[in-house]
Design a binder for this molecule. Structure first.
Ligand code: HEM
Length: 461
């Protein structure tokens, strides 16, 4: 008997050329389109197609490392202006990726994280110092989280102190990087025939890349003056440590790109994620109560808590809160995958070698076949051990997938749970302006203009 082939059902095409695109927050449009069209559709913009493949099924298919690999979006390729062939922006076939990955991996081992812990606590206390001193003034949540994560990666990775809490304005490194990321994001939508003059924006990007390179000089210079620390930190691995097999060190140009990569990747996403987690805590009093019960059980009404490394592993509900927040608003909006061979996506869409698709994490993380009828509801019990064990590992991908997934995942989780735990223990959060969530997007996402007032919980409630 001859098997009859099922008819191939094409992926729907959605032409967005006539829509008003908000380049500041394209993810909101993507979410709306995904709701209307399901997780898998082709987005057509003036004849330029992007496959948005963000259902669980698609994420499983695209995570197959035999058929797919990382694709670098135009935005990421633009970031190469300051990160070159550093880990995050190296093309798959650039040899410096494997070389640097092997050399830098020890910086993310369990024992390295244990070493960073004391510094993470010290910097978290800078944040607490600033919030204690805010008195009745508003605190800008995303800005302060950025101060904290930048100081943390600077000190733990590079022994360099950005002293961000001593500055009224963000450190100029942050401003230059944020402008650079926004510029990179805008290139996703720029068309060669748009007839506009982009020369001022292009020149500003060039100047920002130069400035960022000068910050690297300062970080390396400070190390040269201070000498090598007794334990390997990220900077000493980058500058001095030979590859475990070939014995070669990173070349000086690549080492500089790694410094920028880790300073940037090591703080921007974690701070956005923390700001989202604060937003959810403030808006879910019952979740906040449970999280408080957990930190109070651990730290009682001690006024000056200095968490141990083990304490952070014991804050299991706070970790669930952070994961749930990463589910709904993953600060890195997604990742892209290109075909390594001629293949078919989901058994129904032919792809030639080199064709690519994007997995939008906020869409994947709301797939109703995984997260139920109300996937938009914030519920940290989604991350109870039983529910986690019962679902596909591909349902939750805030850190990307495969060998190019985030190398800093454990670092970020440890830092985030530590800080959230301390803040929940110490403060009541007040939102007199009834903040309405708006997303600021520049390759990564943050809540825009989110401010709160905080009050000490003394005596503990
Ligand atoms: C890669 C997310 C924190 C360093 C990635 C990727 C994602 C991601 C989605 C993959 C990108 C792609 O496939 O194109 C996040 C999130 C974080 C976080 C959501 C915080 C909540 C960190 C931290 C560090 C870091 C703290 C360093 C200390 C990197 C690096 C890569 C990367 C170096 C490139 C890895 C490679 O290609 O070999 N991250 N990240 N990230 N991340 Fe993170």
């Amino acid at each position: 008997a001859v098997a009859t082939e099922a008819p191939i059902e094409p992926i729907p095409v959605v032409d967005v050329s006539q829509m008003t695109l908000d380049v500041r927050s394209p993810i909101e449009l993507s979410l709306r389109l995904a709701l209307q069209n399901g997780g898998v559709y082709i987005r057509r913009y003036h004849g330029f197609d992007i496959i948005s493949a963000s259902s669980l099924e698609a994420a499983i298919d695209l995570s197959d490392e035999d058929r797919f690999e990382k694709y670098m979006s135009i935005g990421q390729q633009t970031v190469r202006g300051f990160t070159g062939d550093g880990l995050f922006t190296a093309f798959n076939d650039e040899p410096n990726w494997q070389k640097a990955h092997d050399i830098l991996l020890p910086a993310f081992s369990g024992s390295a994280l244990r070493r960073y812990h004391t510094t993470m606590v010290k910097v978290a206390k800078r944040l607490i110092g600033a919030w204690d001193a805010a008195d009745d003034e508003f605190v800008d949540v995303a800005d302060d989280m950025t101060r904290m994560t930048l100081d943390t990666i600077g000190l733990t990775g590079f022994g360099y102190d950005f002293s961000s809490f001593e500055r009224a304005e963000p450190h100029p490194f942050v401003s230059a990087m944020v402008r650079g990321l926004a510029y990179s994001q805008s290139l996703e939508m720029r068309r060669p025939d748009d007839g506009l003059d982009h020369s001022a924006a292009d020149a500003e990007f060039k100047a920002d890349c130069d400035f960022i390179a000068s910050v690297v000089d300062e970080v390396i210079e400070a190390r040269t003056t201070a000498g090598t620390p007794t334990e390997d930190d990220m900077l000493s691995l980058m500058l001095e440590t030979p590859h475990p097999v070939s014995g070669e060190k990173l070349d000086p140009v690549n080492a500089r790109y790694q410094v920028v990569t880790f300073l940037a990747a090591g703080h921007e996403t974690t701070s956005g994620s923390l700001a989202f987690a604060m937003y959810f805590l403030v808006n879910h009093p019952e979740v906040l109560r449970r999280a408080r019960a957990e930190v109070d059980a651990l730290w009682g009404d001690t006024d000056e808590v200095t968490p141990s490394y083990e304490d952070i592993g014991n804050l299991t509900y706070v970790r669930q809160v952070f994961n749930e927040s990463l589910r709904l608003w993953p600060a890195a909006a997604g990742f892209s995958r290109q075909a390594k061979v001629d293949t078919t996506l989901l058994g129904r869409h032919p792809m030639n070698k080199g064709d690519w698709a994007v997995v939008l994490a906020p869409v994947l993380h709301r797939d109703p076949t995984v997260w139920g009828d109300n996937p938009n509801a914030f519920d940290p019990d989604h991350f109870s051990p039983e529910r986690e064990a019962a679902r596909s590992v591909h349902a939750f991908k805030p850190f990307g997938t495969g060998e190019r997934a985030c190398i800093g995942r454990q670092f970020a989780m440890h830092e985030a749970v530590l800080v959230l735990g301390l803040l929940i223990h110490r403060y009541r959060f007040l939102d007199p302006e009834s903040y309405q969530l708006r997303i600021a997007q520049r390759l990564t996402m943050k809540p825009a203009d989110f401010r709160l007032k905080v009050r000490r919980r003394v005596p503990a409630e």
